[in-house]
Unconditional design. Structure first.
Length: 405
């Protein structure tokens, strides 16, 4: 767990340097709003296809091997970003980036599998606090680098990718040496695994047996993913092109969000371990809705710093979460607790398949944006959460009492 927190934290720091600028970088290389949505959709589609075998391999071998593959993919994507001269070259970068092999869910599998049920949310919050402490200065550092090399344009953003590449390579070597494999099942030998490839689909068919609530969890995640990815690729354009955010404002916005999330993670998750994950989620999530309204209505760029404090739907990691973003930790804890330990590799695979919803969401978002429906794109995720996702969540049982035994 210590090695996972350290390695993932450093990679997250590198990704936070560039997360606010990836969409802007593609735009300054010539991508339209529709093409930005298409980039996001293609990446989501390939991630969904890859998640099924990746989830299965996670159970057959170990989380460690899949994590190392994820770091290698991230390094490859960063090289492509650093060298790209036109937006279409970024297609494989968006594919091989953090979404092909999703490091955060793999880290969460380690935390959930290693901790006792009544300590899981606290362990999850501890990881977020450590990462938050590392991330406090990442947005400001990125802003200073961008400003130093020419401002918010392709030339000013490009140096961020060179720095991210170095950090990712260092973490790959560190994790390869220091991370002990987490046993995830009884079928570990290479010969046995090879003989089981033909049973992959049968294993996934067997997955849902005896799991009454998992179909609702699938519906819940698909709805939230659709709403998030409708707006996620376009929020940076709103902040910079519509609201006039400068590198300094983006940096302060991100730092404010990281600090606020850092302050609230531990008390919120301790409360989650006492009264339940769902109650804490419902307490905190509406703050992100308020932050989204402020992001839309902000009369000047300075107000965006307050958006960072509150958090906003589809703001991604740019703000570090803010108050509303802290709600993601009890939600993620519930998600992984919904299945027993021996099924979490396949649950990881199914969770990735849910990303298939990013394809129509991203394309639709880009199309609506180009047609002038910018505010609508930002508001639809809130409506989906209020009218669909939250009512579904009310119907699923609290997972705090679940035992892996």
């Amino acid at each position: 767990m210590k090695v996972t927190i350290a390695g993932t934290g450093i990679v997250n720091w590198g990704q936070l340097l560039t997360s606010q600028y990836n969409q802007l970088f593609a735009a300054y290389l010539g991508a339209s709003a529709f093409e930005l949505g298409l980039l996001n959709g293609v990446a989501g589609a390939i991630s969904s296809i890859a998640s099924v075998p990746l989830g299965w391999v996670t159970e057959m071998y170990s989380v460690k091997r899949v994590m190392l593959a994820g770091y290698a993919c991230t390094a490859l994507a960063t090289v492509i970003f650093a060298l790209a001269w036109d937006w279409w070259i970024l297609i494989p970068a968006f594919v091989f980036g953090s979404r092909l092999v999703r490091i955060m869910p793999l880290a969460d599998i380690i935390f959930i599998s290693a901790a006792e049920p009544e300590q899981r949310a606290s362990v999850m919050s501890l990881s977020r606090v450590v990462w938050g402490m590392l991330n406090v200065f990442a947005p400001v550092t990125a802003a200073l680098i961008v400003a130093r090399f020419g401002g918010i344009n392709a030339r000013g953003i490009r140096p961020l990718y060179y720095l991210q590449l170095v950090m990712t390579m260092v973490v790959f070597l560190f994790m390869a040496r220091m991370l002990e494999p987490l046993p995830s099942g009884a079928r570990q030998s290479g010969e046995e695994v090879s003989s089981r490839w033909g049973g992959l689909l049968q294993d996934y068919r067997d997955f849902f047996r005896g799991e009454k609530w998992l179909k609702r969890w699938v519906a819940l995640r698909v709805v939230r993913q659709f709403g998030m990815n409708l707006a996620l690729p376009l929020v940076p354009l709103w902040l910079v092109d519509v609201k006039g955010a400068t590198p300094q404002v983006l940096g302060l916005m991100g730092t404010a969000g990281v600090i606020m999330a850092l302050l609230l993670q531990v008390p919120a998750m301790r409360l989650s371990d006492r009264i339940g994950r769902k109650k804490v989620f419902f307490m905190l999530r509406p703050v992100a809705f308020l932050g989204t309204f402020l992001m839309i209505l902000a009369p000047s760029p300075e107000y965006l710093v307050l958006v960072g404090v509150l958090g906003a739907v589809a703001l991604g990691s740019a703000s570090g979460g803010g108050i509303g973003g802290v709600s993601s930790t009890p939600f993620v804890t519930m998600f992984w607790e919904a299945v027993p330990r021996e099924k979490r590799g396949r649950w990881f695979g199914i969770e990735g398949v849910m990303n298939i919803s990013t394809i129509p969401a991203s394309v639709l978002g880009g199309f609506l944006w180009q047609q002038g429906y910018m505010m609508e794109v930002l508001l639809i995720p809130i409506l989906l959460e209020l009218l669909v996702a939250m009512p579904i969540l009310v119907t699923v049982p609290e997972t705090l009492v679940r035992s892996d035994g």
